[in-house]
Design a protein around this ligand. Structure first.
Ligand code: NAG
Ligand code: NAG
Ligand code: NAG
Length: 180
């Protein structure tokens, strides 16, 4: 319902739905967790109306990225949701770092070697993590975090990846982070 525009945001607010979505990120059922991540990505995409209510999901999304049993598509939807949470403001720049979300995205990139070359982006959590980091690096504090991370040299080597999408986003990240 929130994929195309924010038409339903008012109704979601009236019925307190967003707080339930955040709870569903740690539901016992894997499909519920995936759908919650997808929905949160959409309620964070169009504007920052729900940002404050979504603050609580940042550590939950970070945990999903790091869980070995989690479905790939949940990791993909969680990565997208994290980048949408800094799309309209920098109010979560501190939480993203302190709640482990930035580190979790960087750790996910480390799994790039299991990615089939030129596979579709929607099959590959490491690719989507790299895309999310690229988008997030519009913020100075994230550029500094990435620049100082253990994964920085890996991202440098990924600029030469045979996979077009990995090479493109790795290069963008290096470009952004070497500016300031
Ligand atoms: C996801 O949940 C379903 C149903 O609860 C279960 O059968 C399946 O094994 C789970 N998948 C994974 C990868 O954990
Ligand atoms: C994200 O979740 C939605 C809803 O469950 C699903 O349709 C979509 O395929 C998922 N995204 C990816 C990239 O798997
Ligand atoms: C991936 O696609 C690019 C562009 O189409 C191509 O140059 C490259 O060789 C492909 N890599 C592999 C490993 O197939």
């Amino acid at each position: 319902m929130c994929r195309h525009n924010c038409f339903f945001y008012g109704l979601l607010a009236k019925h307190n739905i967003v707080s339930l979505l955040v709870d569903c990120c740690s539901d016992g059922d894997n499909h519920t967790r995936n759908s919650a991540c997808f929905a949160i990505g959409n309620v964070a995409y169009h504007n920052d109306f729900f940002y404050e209510e979504l603050r609580r999901c940042i550590p939950k999304l970070a945990n999903l990225l790091l869980s070995e049993e989690e479905l790939d598509r949940t990791k993909i939807n969680a990565s997208g949701a994290l980048s949408n949470l800094v799309r309209h403001s920098n109010k979560f720049c501190h939480d993203m770092v302190s709640k482990g979300a930035m580190l979790a995205l960087l750790k996910l990139v480390e799994d790039h070697s299991v990615v089939a070359p030129n596979s579709s982006w929607c099959e590959s959590p490491p690719k989507v993590a790299l895309l999310a980091l690229d988008k997030m690096c519009v913020h100075t504090s994230f550029r500094q975090f990435v620049r100082a991370s253990d994964q920085y040299s890996l991202i440098e080597t990924l600029c030469e990846s045979e996979d077009e999408m990995i090479a493109k986003h790795a290069s963008n990240i290096i470009k952004r982070t070497s500016q300031s």
